[in-house]
Design a protein around this ligand. Structure first.
Ligand SMILES: Nc1nc2c(c(=O)[nH]1)N(C=O)[C@@H](CNc1ccc(C(=O)N[C@@H](CCC(=O)O)C(=O)O)cc1)CN2
Ligand SMILES: Nc1nc2c(ncn2[C@@H]2O[C@H](COP(=O)(O)OP(=O)(O)OP(=O)(O)O)[C@@H](O)[C@H]2O)c(=O)[nH]1
Ligand SMILES: [Mg+2]
Length: 440
């Protein structure tokens, strides 16, 4: 790096107290700080038991200390890790000691990763994946984030960008050496065949964006239906705790409440809503307005009605998948089979496993657990779409000059570069010379 910047430190492990707490230091003064605290810098990447002392020589802790000389470290800078005992006062004393060293300051949120990015250790997709990995609560979220943070997705995008660069290189070669005999005549057919293939691959990848979004952000399931149908009772049963107020008074729920469930490794967010009916009561009307609004953005609606009651207006067929659920089965065993998709009783638990199974089927339909090298963020999707638009443009403009079509391929690659943040300084000549033997 051409300038020396602050050396930063922070507690990198979680809440205190804990068995062990990891304090990380990164930057040009990390090794000086290490020497100030433990008297030495241990051999690179070798956990070494050392005593941390305050400036007045007071014993603070026995800690395992690691040093990572840059650029072979997480951030690419000199890094030190102090693996201390995880007591609050222990960690605070160590942090206070670091704070007293000139040139050191506490790190901002994400600052270690930011430095890793700036030093080329991680690209943007990996940084985002790392953030998702740390936030992951379900198995599918973990798998999606793992694919992204470990470079799987980046490799895919960079591979695509390379193909675009390659195609441009071929076009340049064709333009520059068109009048020479020993250069492959028309490379056009192979280039454009590969670009068509690339467009198809990108389209398939984009088709899975919805799955990525659902795995990352959760499937949105709304419990709706007439008052007293048992919506809040179902919500509580799913949550296994008393989240929502349940009474036998119609119109109990007003606000939209939600819980997050881990269903077969998928994150699903379930909303309880106000019962739908005509009413002049102001508060209830507002509740119903909110219910309708959240239903609009649902991925799945569980439409509940008590078995034997013919409810309110049938739901519009607006394309949102719906499960019609008959409730309070314990009370209505004698009634003929209703036209519900399934019947439940939260009192006896009947039908609950079936319901969970049906919900899981729905999530899996949206987001099958195949390869998770899929886009998970709008940012990726938008750049991929733009890139694809330029590839389509280049493919379509057959009558246009080759160099204009090459320009469209350059733009397509630049949008892929924006996703990873690695705007490569590509050297077209290198590619050309590695592909052709022009001077043969
Ligand atoms: N103690 C500790 N555990 C940790 C981390 C850490 O920083 N410290 N990690 C933090 O996220 C994760 C592991 N990820 C890491 C990624 C790269 C490097 C690193 O030093 N990379 C260097 C050297 C590689 C090598 O020695 O082969 C490099 O990329 O040049 C360290 C940890 C999870 N566990
Ligand atoms: N027997 C029986 N009663 C139930 C069952 N589920 C709910 N109830 C009762 O039905 C009444 C209404 O339940 P809620 O869960 O509050 O109904 P809701 O659909 O949320 O009603 P609103 O919030 O007013 O729209 C309560 O008295 C519940 O105890 C069930 O499976 N069996
Ligand atoms: Mg309710």
């Amino acid at each position: 790096m051409s300038f020396r910047r602050d050396t930063i430190y922070a507690l990198s492990s979680g809440g205190l107290p804990s068995g062990v707490a990891v304090v990380r230091i990164s930057g040009g003064a990390a090794f000086e700080a290490c020497t100030a605290l433990v008297g030495t810098v241990p051999e690179a990447r070798q956990a070494t038991l050392l005593t941390i002392r305050a400036r007045n020589n007071e014993f603070l802790d026995n800690a395992l200390v690691l040093s990572f000389p840059g650029p072979r470290s997480f951030t690419g800078e000199d890094c030190v890790e102090l693996h201390c005992h995880g007591g609050k006062a222990v960690v605070h004393a160590v942090l206070a000691e670091l704070d007293g060293i000139p040139g050191l300051r506490h790190a901002d949120a994400g600052e270690f990763s930011r430095r890793a990015f700036e030093n080329g250790k991680l690209d943007l997709v990996e940084v985002e994946g790392l953030a998702d990995l740390i936030a992951a609560e379900t198995e599918m979220q973990r798998r999606l984030a793992a694919e992204q943070s470990s470079g799987g997705l980046s490799a895919l995008y960079m591979g695509w960008a390379d193909r675009l660069t390659n195609a441009r290189a071929m076009i340049e070669a064709e333009l520059d050496f068109a009048d020479e005999d020993d250069v492959p005549g028309s490379v056009a057919s192979t280039i454009w065949a590969d670009m068509r293939l690339l467009a198809t691959e990108m389209e398939h990848h984009l088709d899975r964006a919805r799955a990525g979004e659902i795995i990352r952000d959760g499937l949105k399931i709304v419990i709706a239906g007439p008052p007293n149908a048992g919506k809040s009772s179902l919500m509580n049963a799913l949550a296994r705790r008393d989240v929502a107020i349940v009474t036998d008074i119609a119109g109990t729920t007003r606000d939209v409440l939600h819980i997050d469930l881990d269903l077969g490794g998928y994150n699903v967010r379930i909303y309880d809503t106000a019962g739908l009916r005509e009413t002049d009561e102001v508060v209830e009307r507002e509740g119903i307005r909110r219910a309708l609004k959240v239903m609009d953005s649902a991925d799945l609606i569980l439409f509940l009605e008590e078995i034997g009651t013919t409810s309110v207006p049938r739901m519009a067929d607006d394309g949102v998948p719906k499960l019609r659920i008959g409730t309070k089965l314990d009370r209505h065993r004698d009634l003929p089979r209703s036209d519900h998709d399934l019947c439940i009783s939260v009192q006896t638990g009947e039908g609950m496993d079936e319901l969970l199974g049906r919900i899981l089927d729905e999530v899996r339909r949206y987001a099958p657990a195949e390869s998770l090298a899929i886009p998970s963020r709008i940012r990726h999707v938008e750049n991929l779409r733009k890139s694809l638009t330029y590839i389509h443009g280049a493919l379509a403009s057959v009558t246009v000059d080759l160099d204009l079509r090459a320009e469209e391929l350059r733009l397509a690659a630049s949008y892929l570069g924006k996703i990873t943040g690695r705007v490569d300084v590509e050297n077209l000549l290198d590619v050309i010379f590695s592909e052709f033997c022009i001077g043969k």
